[in-house]
Design a protein around this ligand. Structure first.
Ligand code: GAP
Length: 453
């Protein structure tokens, strides 16, 4: 297998070329760090999110779902501490007029060429850091006054805390249990960048797991392992994944302990997901600010307590990017370089391509018949344009794990060839067995072929 050849430039270029992800508003010159997901990007990210839901809702019986509003009562953010504390230190350079995060100057580049780091030369004239709140502000209703100011949520988590009481009352939930949701969050990042890694509008997959306080440590460890394993089981190479515990001075205002799942992106080791012990911070704060009791009461024993919260908080875009990076590969076939996404079949946007060898002799008609049948069971793509080798390459580039070719023999004995994206092995198989065989392969355990044995 080829060695790791991936760079962020190659990922960005592939995403644009094959319609995974485009810079947003490009016809107007783009808008900084906003991206639009195209057809294959939507399919891929949907598969990532579906696997996340599956691991929590289908494979366990102690997590339930929620889809809360993006705009919540403004007092939410007073109680949560975001109004006062969700800030980054900002510095301006009076010389190049650019803005930087004071705590991440080494990641910035000042406006002069050749590019230097802010503060690196005597020409740099940086202001003192001042705190900048990352929440986007807007107004509700036709009159814009102080009373109409609201915020776009900077994390999905708060919607879960606001609904905690409903789950106790109507679903009769008893800790330990979790509430999960996927949705958009918004942060006015000072230095967004690195493609979909840091955007101002992004999607989070968060779960708040409510536990008796004395069990919090044990559940924290449980979720660290669960979430790490989730990535590995979906094909991320373990040597590109690690858990890193936060230092005391890195902890968010609500957290008593956090560990990040980090991935080795082309830009280095970076946070993919944070798993925090939020203690009873959020429920206590909302109880205090709303005047409502947000506690669990055991109706049999009379025991009452405010549950502690363990929170695995992942980014759907960062996860999608990690899967893309980990899957990207190049090899050589018949003297030509092939770009291939070695995605876990469950994540691949398209599971199988149906390709007639030639555009005549009844092959397209039979291929269409096979396509229609498979379409009922999985995402399929039909392609009859161009030489067969080129069509295979097109599918390899978007990560399609299998390709079916209809040829002259198919018309005689109703068998097709089934080609594997990674091993390139081709087997002959009856049309009637195809769907079952593909489903069997989809369910089989999978390991990245980029891993050496
Ligand atoms: N509720 C906790 C929370 O929001 P976080 O570490 O700030 O914690 C959780 O965010 C995850 O959301 C991150 O690990 C990352 O995957 C994703 N995320 C955060 N900011 C992001 C951004 N600007 N662009 C893309 N993803 C982001």
């Amino acid at each position: 297998m080829a060695t790791d050849v991936v760079t962020m430039e190659k990922i960005v270029s592939l995403c644009k070329r094959r319609g995974f992800i485009f810079p947003s508003s490009e016809i107007y010159g783009g808008i900084g760090s906003s991206y639009d997901y195209g057809h294959y990007g939507v399919l891929l990210k949907n598969n990532v999110k579906a696997q996340w839901w599956r691991s929590l809702l289908q494979e366990r019986d102690d997590v339930v779902a929620l889809d809360s509003a993006i705009i919540q009562h403004p007092r939410t953010w007073e109680a949560s501490g975001h109004l006062a504390g969700f800030t980054d230190p900002l510095v301006d350079c009076r010389t190049c007029k650019l803005r930087f995060r004071a705590d991440k100057l080494e990641d910035g580049a000042c406006g002069r060429k050749p590019s230097k780091r802010p503060g690196e030369t005597s020409e740099c004239d940086l202001t003192e850091p001042r705190n900048f709140n990352l929440m986007f502000q807007t107004t509700v209703g036709p009159v814009q006054d102080e009373g109409s100011v609201v915020f776009l949520r900077p994390e999905t988590a708060q919607g879960i805390f606001l609904n905690f009481k409903h789950y106790l009352q109507f679903a009769r939930k008893k800790p330990p249990f979790g509430i999960a949701q996927i949705g958009k969050s918004f942060r006015n990042e000072i230095t967004p960048g690195n493609f979909v890694f840091r955007m101002r509008e992004f999607e989070q997959m968060e779960m708040e797991f409510f536990v008796p306080p004395q069990d919090a440590q044990r559940w924290h460890e449980h979720w660290l392992k669960e979430r790490y394993d989730w990535y590995v089981n979906l094909g991320i190479r373990a040597d590109h994944l690690r858990l890193r515990e936060h230092e005391q001075d890195e902890l968010s205002h609500y957290s008593s302990a956090t560990s990040d799942v980090e991935y080795l992106y082309p830009i280095g080791w970076q946070e993919l997901e944070g798993i925090a012990n939020r203690g009873d911070f959020d429920l206590s704060q909302h109880a205090q600010h709303s005047g409502q009791k947000l506690e669990y009461v055991d109706t049999v024993t009379g025991e009452r307590y405010i549950p502690y919260v363990i929170e695995p908080a992942a980014g759907a875009d960062r996860a999608t990017l990690a899967f893309l990076v980990d899957a990207y590969d190049e090899d050589e076939i018949e003297g030509e370089t092939r770009t291939v996404l070695r995605l876990h079949p469950q994540l691949a946007p398209v599971k199988v391509a149906v390709l007639p060898l030639v555009k005549k002799d009844g092959q397209p008609e039979l291929a269409r018949e096979i396509e229609r049948e498979l379409r009922e069971r999985m995402q399929v793509e039909y392609d009859e344009g161009g030489a067969i080798g080129r069509r295979y390459r097109r599918q390899d580039e978007i990560g399609t794990p299998w390709a079916i070719t209809v040829d002259h023999q198919t018309l005689e004995d109703r068998t097709v060839t089934l080609r594997d994206r990674d091993s390139l092995e081709q087997v002959r198989i009856g049309i009637d067995e195809l769907a079952d065989e593909l489903e069997r392969r989809l369910r089989a355990p999978w390991r990245s072929p980029k891993l050496s044995d």
